[in-house]
Write a protein that binds this ligand. Structure first.
Ligand code: BGC
Length: 503
């Protein structure tokens, strides 16, 4: 077979269009995606449930009611856990595989859920939050990588974005469950404890699923890898996929058996990839998605609607819109491409944030909380979600699951997921105080400015990876890093900085 007709080179699927697979074409791959996506469900549920649960925790523990420090700690301890989980999850993924990483995250998560549900005091509850956070952090790295590695390249974006649908669906579900348990004795214990159930379900289903074929290949377990791949690809494509994987994995395996965190910064092409991936993750958070997800009832009240119920209802609608928008993203990401989708999404986000900011400023200057500006702010909020959900929601997770070479996929994915969680924590912790200090209009104006920078960043640094195989993506970085020095034909490996052939 010539290089030009291999799955790892442009035009392979144009040459054999009948070999293209569709999203619903292989129930096995879709099933694997949904099972792995339970990690996304835990992520979404866990981040969504706490705002409602906290109201009832305060009723039960007087100490929590009195101390806003305890309240903040209960909320943010899961984010702290997720930061640690994502940072170590990358290493677990590379060293022990995607399957074991998923199983570990389920066990830690389930134990955390039981600890929270049974907590006799706020401190044990905080420990439980830390544990579920750890589980969520590991899952946030593992699920996208595991799905991406089992996906045919032409539907990889949609399948990885399905995990994001599980995140946004999980957030929606948590709001519904919060409503369902308000009248049940032991409210918050149920709200928090019930999340152990999907973790147990995922653990059992995962035992029946295989390890990622690409990871198996890298670890030189070729027979096992081929068995798994034969369940994913049709016979005519299987041989081509294996041929190419053999060529690239062998080189990877020999070169870098034990990648360390610092190696990421030593190689120019990996550094470039990491900047693009981590930048996307940071901008996903710093353009304010979680100010909206965590504080939408507060924002609605800031806009002049004082009813608690209306605020809660509107936040439920926002969460539903977010999940529905993710479905649109699943369709668009492999049609429009990652980069165009992110650019379109950010353009809409900029306009929406300008509307939000403008309406809060106008309201402050007009000196009245009634009239046209409140509803205008709600329109801004809805537009914001409508534009964010299909693009900046799924694109960072998808791009990070596909831009790193095999040997670095876990470590780099983990590091950039850590960037996501740290940014999430910073935004969530500072939004209300910045709004108090500078005003809501100015706060949204800052987010709007950040979105403009994000637009420029995506335009300049993020390559289009739609439909490309992992090997083709790798070539993009080599060409960006070394220009003409890197030649396709010889398929040179990773060049260390300072190597004689460096361009
Ligand atoms: C983000 C989460 C966010 C969710 C809501 C995800 O892609 O990573 O932090 O809460 O989207 O849409």
């Amino acid at each position: 077979m010539t290089l030009g007709s291999m799955p790892g080179s442009s035009g392979y699927l144009d040459l054999y269009p009948e070999r293209k697979m569709s999203y619903f074409g292989k129930p096995y791959v879709l099933g694997l995606t949904v099972v792995a996506g339970i990690g996304g469900l835990l992520f979404g549920y866990d981040t969504g449930v706490i705002s409602g649960a906290l109201l009832y925790i305060k009723d039960d523990f007087e100490a929590v009611n009195r101390s806003s420090f305890l309240q903040e700690t209960i909320v943010s301890m899961a984010l702290v856990g997720a930061i640690i989980g994502a940072a170590s999850g990358g290493w677990i993924n590379d060293a022990h595989g995607r399957k074991k990483a998923t199983l570990v995250s389920d066990v830690v998560f389930a134990v955390g859920a039981v600890v929270m549900a049974a907590a006799p005091d706020p401190y044990v509850l905080i420990l439980g939050r830390l544990l579920v956070g750890l589980g969520v952090g590991v899952a946030s790295v593992t699920a996208p990588v595991y799905i991406a590695e089992a996906s045919p390249s032409e539907v990889r974006g949609a399948l990885v974005s399905t995990n994001v649908l599980m995140i946004t669906g999980g957030q929606f579900l948590s709001y519904l469950i919060n409503l369902a348990f308000t009248e049940v004795p032991g409210t918050w214990r149920w709200m928090l404890g019930v999340s152990g159930v999907p973790a147990v379900i995922q653990f059992s289903l995962m035992l029946c699923l295989p390890e990622s074929p690409r990871w198996l290949f890298m670890k030189n377990k070729k027979d096992e890898a081929v068995t798994v791949m034969s369940k994913i690809y049709t016979l005519d494509r299987l041989e081509d996929e294996i041929d190419h994987l053999s060529a690239s994995s062998e080189a990877e395996r020999l070169k870098k058996n034990n990648v360390r965190y610092q190696d990421v910064f030593k190689s120019k092409e990996i550094r470039l990839a990491f900047i693009a991936g981590a930048g996307l993750q940071a901008f996903q958070q710093f353009t304010g998605i979680n100010t909206v997800m965590y504080y939408s009832p507060t924002i609605v009240q800031m806009a002049g609607f004082s009813s608690n119920q209306l605020a809660l209802l509107l936040s439920l609608i926002i969460a539903a819109l977010n999940a529905a928008g993710t479905v649109v993203g699943i369709y668009l990401i492999d049609h429009m491409g990652r980069k165009k989708l992110a650019l379109m999404s950010l353009s809409g986000v900029i306009v929406s944030l300008a509307i939000l900011s403008g309406s809060f400023f106008a309201e402050a200057y007009s000196g009245s909380s009634t009239g046209v500006y409140g509803p205008l702010a709600i329109v801004g909020l809805a537009l914001y979600i409508a534009f964010f959900a299909p693009g900046m929601g799924p694109v960072p997770w998808t791009v990070n699951s596909e831009i790193y070479p095999e040997a670095y996929r876990g470590i780099c994915g983990g590091m950039s997921a850590t960037v996501n969680w740290v940014s999430n924590l910073i935004v969530a912790q500072t939004f209300l105080s910045i709004a108090e200090a500078l005003g809501t209009g100015a706060t949204f104006a800052i987010l709007c400015g950040i979105a403009v920078v994000a637009l420029i960043f995506v335009g300049c640094y993020v390559p289009e990876t739609k439909g490309l195989t992992f090997e083709e993506v790798e070539r993009i970085w080599k060409e960006r890093a070394w220009g003409n020095t890197y030649t396709r034909e010889t398929g040179e490996g990773l060049l260390e900085e300072g190597s004689p052939s460096q361009g």
